[in-house]
Structure formats: C-alpha cells, structure tokens
Design a protein around this ligand. Structure first.
Ligand code: COD
Ligand code: ZN
Length: 374
C-alpha cells in the first residue's frame, strides 16, 4: 500500500526553456487535503505541451509537462468526496471549482482556479508535490501527466465510466472537448452550413469531426502540411487549402470559394496571422469565428476596427465551453455508446519511455495524436 507515502517513479522533466525532455526518477508526495494522487495509464501529446516545453507560454521551469491524461486514483487526501482509490479518471487542464464567477455562471467554464494563463505550476496551496535530485519541480496546467504518478486538486479530476478503454480516452481530457466541443457546443454549427478550419492537427481534426456531426455541408481545411489532407478528407473536409501554395492570402481564396464568406471559422493553430485569416474568412454579417488555438504569451491580435460593426462574432473558446467535471465524463460515455468515434484521432501509441520518438513524430508532422502508454 503506497497511500500516505512518497512514491518514487519515472517522469519527464523540462529542465529549461527549449531543452529536450529528460526522463528522470522523481519523488511524488502524497496528496494533501482535497487533492488526488493518480497512477497514469495514458497521456496524449497536445500542441499546448509542445508550446510549454519550448517556453512559448508563461510557465515556471523545471516542470513536468502533459495535461491530457487518463489514470486510476491511487490515493486521496482529506476531504475528497468525488473520487476514491481505484476509480478511472481524466485530468482536467481547466478545473471546475463550482464556487467561482465562471463556475457559477450558466455559460462560464474558465474556472478562476485554472493554472494555464498564466501558469504558476503550483498546487492551490502554492506548493509542489514533485521533487527530483533534491530540487522542487513545478506542475503544469493543474495536471502534469508525463509521469507515472501525479497529484492534482480534486476540482481538476473527472471520474469516468469504469468500462472506458484507458489506452485511448486520455484524448477526451483535452483534444476531443477542445475541438469537437468548439464545433458542437460553442459554435453550435448548423445543418447545411459552410465551415473553415485552420490547422488540421489533433484539435483541428476534432473540430472537423464536430462540424461533420453537426451536418455542415462544406468544410474547408487549411494547413501548411499537405500530409494532413487525406486524413482530414476522411473526417469530412471537402476542400483542402495550403496557404503556401496560394497566390493570394488564404482568406481571400476562402471568400472567392464561398462568395460571401463562411458561417463558421475555427482557428486551431495559435498564431495571430491565422486568427486574422479565420476572422476575415467569416461572413461579414452572421459569420462566427472561434479562436481555439493557444497563442504565445504576449502576442497581440490586430483587427480592422471599422469592420467589426458588420455583425460578425469573435469568440474565444477553451475545452469547448464545457464545464469540465460536469460534461467531460459524458463524452467518454458517448464514445462507449458509439455516439462519437475518437479512434480516427489516434494515429500513434508508444510506451512512455519512447517519449522522444513521439515528439520527433509530432515535430515531423506525422501525428494527429500520439498517446504515450505507461
Ligand atoms: N498555417 C496553416 N497551418 C499551420 C500553420 C500555418 N501558419 N502553422 C502550423 N500549422 C498546422 C500544422 O501543420 C499542424 O497540422 C496544425 O497547424 C497544428 O496542429 P498540432 O497537431 O501541432 O497541434 P494540436 O492540434 O495538438 O494543438 C492545437 C494548438 C496548437 C492550437 C494548441 O494551441 C492547443 O492545444 N489548443 C487547445 C487549447 C485548449 O483549449 N487547451 C486546453 C487548455 S491547455
Ligand atoms: Zn471555478
């Protein structure tokens, strides 16, 4: 029985900005009050983790990356009531405290207890549960899933169906709600509509799935990596555009293709230029532009101000606007009941110790999602 004891296990540490991850032996403290220690079973590699490791987000080093995780509760701290040891759970990059302004609002999901923007890398009591070679190691995004064991606040844990296949459902912790949810829940894509999706990586592919499931009749996919096109077409993309092979700005091409602009535009890259292109691709009166990509810290977005009056909607969205603990477990159940199929989003599965190979495949643009298995 490990409960109440420090666990020594393997974890990946980002020691400093831009350095490659190192798999190290770490000490994981027992969970304090209202915290949960989880034995990780699988974790996805999300674009946001790569951004974080490269130092593009405001985050403290050294830290243990990863936020898209599925695991089993190993032990719980005092006062934890929503999960117990042995439960299957997902980690949540955006918690749901059920007490703050966002949680109490009918629409809000960006809980005040989140630790993404900015990221302190600390638990709610402002301390860390990880040590390596005597040094304090920071957490990331209330999760840190590139480790055999992690500690997270209870408000950042979603209990899921006991029948969930744990080697796959980790992507329902982030990629699926972020992408699919942006289309079906935030934008509420309408039947017969025209959509454009900038970025056909993991999140963009999940957006395409959501547009297709909502009955969009035309889905334009934009990516600079044409290797992403066949898979995107299989998910429902009807037209593929590579901005690097166009003679005109991509938004102008989208305008010409649709004559009036799209009903729904999604940005899933995290760059200001593609955010502006998405905005400019929208119908100027009723178009809706959803910003899904996480941009680098301190980057700015500059839009033509007079144009805004025409009626378009610009909306940021995180995790599909889902109140995470309330809604994410249902996505797992929907998957088990064949209402959504996440399988096409998973292109690779590798053992945790092949983390470097997984990042190489990601950087080479070969993956939609690579899941690491513990
Ligand atoms: N033009 C067109 N396509 C581009 C460009 C460009 N200039 N640059 C890159 N791309 C393509 C790449 O070829 C790739 O196919 C795709 O964009 C990006 O996909 P991935 O697979 O690298 O990244 P994802 O899909 O895993 O991650 C998406 C984001 C990178 C947008 C990332 O910001 C993110 O994870 N957003 C989710 C935000 C969220 O809500 N997270 C929850 C809290 S962390
Ligand atoms: Zn909250």
């Amino acid at each position: 029985d490990t409960s109440g004891k420090t666990i020594t296990c393997r974890a990946a540490i980002a020691w400093k900005t831009g350095s490659t991850l190192a798999i190290e032996e770490v000490q994981v403290d027992p969970p304090k009050a209202r915290e949960v220690r989880i034995k990780m079973i699988s974790t996805g590699i999300c674009g946001t983790d790569d951004h974080a490791v490269k130092g593009l987000l405001s985050i403290n080093f050294p830290f243990i990356p990863g936020h898209e995780g599925a695991g089993i509760v190993e032990s719980i701290g005092e006062g934890v009531s929503s999960v117990k040891p042995g439960d299957k759970v997902l980690t949540l990059a955006i918690p749901q405290c059920r007490e703050c302004s966002s949680c109490l609002h009918p629409k809000g999901n960006f809980c005040e207890k989140q630790d993404v923007l900015p990221s302190s890398g600390l638990m709610l009591d402002k301390t860390s549960r990880f040590t390596c070679k005597g040094k304090k190691i920071y957490h990331s995004f209330r999760a840190s899933t590139f480790t055999e064991y992690t500690v997270v606040p209870e408000i950042a844990v979603a209990k899921i169906d006991a029948a969930a296949p744990m080697d796959k459902v980790s992507i329902i912790s982030c990629e699926v709600p972020t992408g699919y949810g942006a289309a079906v829940n935030s934008a509420k894509v309408t039947r017969g509509s025209t959509c454009v999706v900038f970025g056909l990586g993991g999140v963009g592919s999940a957006i395409v799935m959501g547009c297709k499931a909502s009955g969009a009749s035309r889905i334009i996919g934009v990516d600079i990596n044409e290797e992403k096109f066949p898979r995107a077409r299989a998910l429902g993309v009807t037209d593929c555009l590579n901005p690097r092979n166009l003679k005109k700005p991509v938004q102008q091409v989208v305008m010409e293709m649709t004559r009036v602009g799209v009903d729904f535009a999604f940005e899933a890259i995290g760059l200001s230029d593609t955010m502006i292109a998405a905005w400019d691709s929208c119908h100027r009166s009723y178009g809706v532009c959803l910003m899904v990509g996480v941009a680098s810290s301190n980057s700015q977005l500059s839009l033509n101000a007079p144009d805004i009056i025409s009626g378009r909607t610009l909306k940021g969205v995180c995790l599909g606007d889902y109140k995470t603990r309330d809604c994410i477990p249902q996505l797992v159940t929907d998957y088990l009941q064949n209402k959504i199929n996440i399988d096409p989003l998973i292109t690779h599965q590798l053992p945790f110790d092949q983390l470097h190979k997984a990042f190489e495949l990601y950087h080479a643009g070969k993956t939609i999602r690579c899941i690491l298995l513990f």
